[in-house]
Design a protein around this ligand. Structure first.
Ligand SMILES: [Zn+2]
Length: 312
């Protein structure tokens, strides 16, 4: 039986993930100061519990303002191919209203702490198959320039909007691992909410697998974001659920994959409590040797033996 493993993947994007929602972008709740607190809490909590995460950054967010301004022309060219995604980004950057758009200091902290630095798109433009190939090409070109600025070329993708697509082009561009798309039920509020109360749905969590030449990490489970109807779920229920998931993984040599966006901690502060308590539980299981903390790419190597040999 394999040793059980836990993965945390974080969709790190600041305002880039909500570029088409001007009300959220302009609300003033998510900005440099609140993001700094959220990322600091995450970094501190992971350090204290010796947990290594996969931090999937939107490259433009991770590389920072100077790096993005240096490739302004390429950004505008891409914007002309995806006119619905970019108007708020371009006007914010041109107008110097950059609060919440750049997270290079968070990127550096997490990288220096040894986390896996993964890709969440160059600009968070959807990479689903509906997006034209030319836009994806330009997105990859932009990414290449930003990876140079960052000094790191990632191999792991968390797709923007959780919508995998253009897999052949992306495999050709050097990526080899991605997080699977969420099951359709995730979109259903009632089902999602009911699952928060279900102690047993996690007993058989899927394992990483190989598919079409890719290492595919399971979609993972979203740490409850207690906002709106989800605020009805008390922290104690969320924590109990995750403890049950972890315990069942330990008993079966299984896998638990948690994901969320760092900015979720801002808009629902009570989630900070749940996050810290669950990470403490993971930390205890790591210390007792019951569970391994693995990044997405490490989890694939752990659960799919001989994975490299099967990639040819
Ligand atoms: Zn995102």
């Amino acid at each position: 039986m394999a040793t059980a493993a836990f993965t945390l993947s974080l969709d790190c994007e600041g305002k880039w993930g909500m570029a088409d929602q001007p009300a959220v972008v302009n609300a003033g709740i998510i900005g440099d100061a609140s993001l700094r607190e959220a990322y600091a809490l995450i970094a501190r909590t992971l350090r204290a519990n010796r947990i290594k995460a996969t931090c999937a950054f939107v490259s433009a967010f991770g590389a920072g303002e100077e790096a993005l301004r240096a490739i302004d022309d390429e950004l505008k060219l891409l914007a002309s191919h995806a006119p619905r995604w970019f108007p708020h980004i371009l006007s914010a950057i041109e107008g110097g209203r950059v609060d919440g758009w750049f997270g290079d200091s968070f990127y550096r902290t997490l990288r220096d702490d040894g986390h896996e630095m993964a890709w969440h798109g160059a600009t968070h433009l959807s990479l689903a198959d509906q997006t034209p190939g030319r836009a994806v090409e330009l997105e990859l070109q932009l990414a290449g320039r930003l990876f140079n600025a960052l000094g790191h070329t990632p191999k792991t993708i968390v797709f923007p909007r959780n919508l995998p697509g253009h897999l052949e082009a992306l495999r050709g561009a050097g990526f080899n691992t991605y997080r699977a798309r969420l099951p359709a039920a995730f979109g259903s509020r009632a089902t999602g909410l009911l699952n928060e109360w279900n102690m047993w749905d996690g007993c058989v969590q899927p394992l990483p697998r190989i598919q079409d030449g890719w290492h595919v990490a399971p979609a993972g489970l979203f740490l409850n974001w207690p906002s709106g109807a989800r605020a009805l779920v008390p922290v104690s229920v969320t924590v109990r659920r995750w403890k049950a998931l972890l315990r069942s993984a330990v008993n079966q040599g299984g896998y638990v994959h948690m994901w969320f966006h760092p900015h979720n901690l801002i808009t629902a502060p009570v989630m900070q409590v749940a996050f810290q308590l669950i990470m403490k539980e993971v930390g205890d299981l790591i210390r007792s040797g019951d569970i391994l903390s693995l990044t997405m790419s490490e989890a694939n190597d752990h659960f799919v033996p001989g994975i490299e040999g099967s990639m040819s």
